[in-house]
Design a binder for this molecule. Structure first.
Ligand code: FES
Length: 164
């Protein structure tokens, strides 16, 4: 049965399709891998120069990312980037994940709205920081004493425009 909400969603998609690409609409309106993750190996919180943040959880096994999840308080472009980023990161080795750039995300989404390319930079930098965090934890396991809540309240500040 088609509900009023379904009709509304269809209308929004129809309007959006006049301005945005299919993958962008899909990942911004129905994002994948949103929410926190239990038993993650790594958690990171990053704050961009635009004032928006992204959190990322990774499950890593034998140097391969087996699961990824994100949260953001950012714009629709950031949601789309977080969604496609987490999809792309899965099953990648840590080295392969480090190679996912802002440009990779923008291309995979078929472009981003004008003025929002830096949102891809926030997402790709968050993944890079998460991979580095995982590596640091392996070298210095005592760092596990820093809780998720402490990290959330002290996000790593980045200039996401440097990724472009
Ligand atoms: Fe800040 Fe999109 S406007 S990340």
């Amino acid at each position: 049965m088609t509900t009023e909400w379904d009709k509304y969603q269809e209308l929004v998609k129809e309007q959006m399709s006049k301005h945005f690409t299919e993958p962008y609409i899909k990942h911004s309106m129905e994002p994948k891998n949103v929410g926190d993750m239990e038993n993650a190996n790594t958690y990171i919180s990053v704050l961009g120069s635009c004032g928006d943040s992204m959190e990322l959880w990774l499950k890593v096994k034998e140097n391969r990312i087996i699961d990824a999840a994100f949260m953001t308080d950012g714009c629709g472009a950031t949601i789309a980037c977080g969604s496609i980023l987490t999809e792309m990161a899965k099953n990648k080795t840590l080295g392969e994940a480090l190679a996912i750039s802002a440009k990779t995300l923008i291309e995979a989404l078929g472009g981003l709205p004008e003025g929002h390319t830096h949102c891809a930079g926030l997402a790709s930098l968050t993944l890079k920081k998460a991979v580095l965090e995982y590596m640091n934890m392996k070298k210095e396991p005592w760092k596990k004493v820093y809780t998720e809540s402490e990290k959330r309240h002290n996000p790593i500040r980045v200039d996401e425009t440097e990724e472009l």
